[in-house]
Design a protein around this ligand. Structure first.
Ligand code: GAR
Length: 309
């Protein structure tokens, strides 16, 4: 006998898919876990009802007849009560920090001020970290750009010492967990990471992380992409190939990260000559000079806060 499974009507399936997509979008936008988002929605709902209830009770005490004036006073009252109600409800639901920032943001917008919170950046690096150091130094003191986390896949890598020296929290990640996709997302969210910079990070970024940070991950590559990119093309392998092929010039590419190695949209390139006497080591030095000169500035420009020269 043929089994008949329950098939939900198409409209219900479409609604469910739409709801899940919206949930995921909000989670990414607010950088919170699924549980936090549920609690945030509950806070909005309970806080909203509480505010409406309190508003009506207060209005009943006022000597104002129902009419235009009543509506105006009610709207003003609700506008004042709403932040108080959600903040109050957010405490037992553990979402106070989120709502404090959320309300400050709304007030900032009403006041016509640009959001004053800095963009919170995580740097992923696997090596010595000279680029990470350059970025840290260039962004130091910026009210708009803040390095909040260093992520590294190599215990003992130089970049970890740089993080420690600059009192920046760091996270050493493991391959299997990282390639699951979103395994380290809670840590990134814990530091409220807005943007990710790959500065000598050699693992491919999993799709889950790219979806969580759409158009918010940039990489630097030590060659003029699309030449000398792809799997296995990193560090000295790039410079060896450049010299071996008798290239007349090389350089750097800063690009958005997508699901393929060294493939996303280019943001910036800078060039340097390769002369007959050059070795992979001398080419590496020239390229590193370009990286240190441009990377921090390009990131700052992408984020809308050009650095003072
Ligand atoms: C940099 O040259 C960077 O372009 C390269 O690793 C080096 C890291 O140096 N990245 C790649 O090759 C990525 N494919 P650093 O640790 O001194 O910043």
């Amino acid at each position: 006998m043929k089994a008949h499974f329950f098939q939900p009507p198409a409209a219900i399936s479409a609604f469910f898919i739409h709801f899940c997509a919206m949930f995921q979008k909000l989670q990414n936008r607010w950088k919170v876990s699924g549980i936090s988002l549920v609690l945030i929605i509950c806070t909005f709902a309970i806080g909203g009802s509480l505010c409406g209830y309190a508003g009506r009770k207060i209005m009943a005490l006022l000597p104002v007849d129902k009419g235009v004036l009543w509506v105006i006073i009610y709207i003003l009252l609700i506008t004042l009560l709403w932040p108080l109600a959600v903040l109050l409800v957010s405490i037992p639901l553990g979402q106070f920090t989120f709502f404090r920032k959320y309300i400050a943001k709304i007030i900032g917008r009403f006041g016509g001020r640009r959001q004053t919170q800095p963009v919170r950046i995580a740097i992923f690096a696997s090596g010595g970290g000279s680029n990470a150091l350059q970025i840290i130094n260039r962004f130091a003191g910026s009210p708009h750009l803040k390095i909040v986390l260093i992520v590294c896949n190599k215990p003992g890598a130089g970049v970890l010492q740089i993080a420690a020296d600059h009192h920046i929290p760091y996270l050493v990640i493991e391959k299997e967990a990282f390639f699951k996709g979103t395994h380290y997302l809670p840590e990134l969210q814990q530091y409220q990471t807005d943007f990710i910079v790959l500065a000598g990070f050699l693992w491919k970024i999993p799709a889950g992380l790219i979806q969580a940070y759409p158009h918010k991950i940039v990489n630097i590559h030590p060659a003029l992409l699309p030449k000398y990119g792809g799997k296995g093309m990193y560090g000295h392998f790039v410079h060896e190939a450049v010299v071996q092929n008798g290239e007349k010039e090389t350089g750097i590419t800063i690009h958005y990260v997508d699901e393929q190695y060294d493939h996303g949209t280019h943001i910036f390139q800078a060039r340097c000559p390769v002369t007959p006497g050059d070795t992979p080591e001398t080419v590496a030095q020239k390229v590193l000079v370009l990286e240190h000169r441009h990377f921090a500035e390009v990131i700052a420009q992408v984020l809308g806060y050009p650095l003072a020269t």
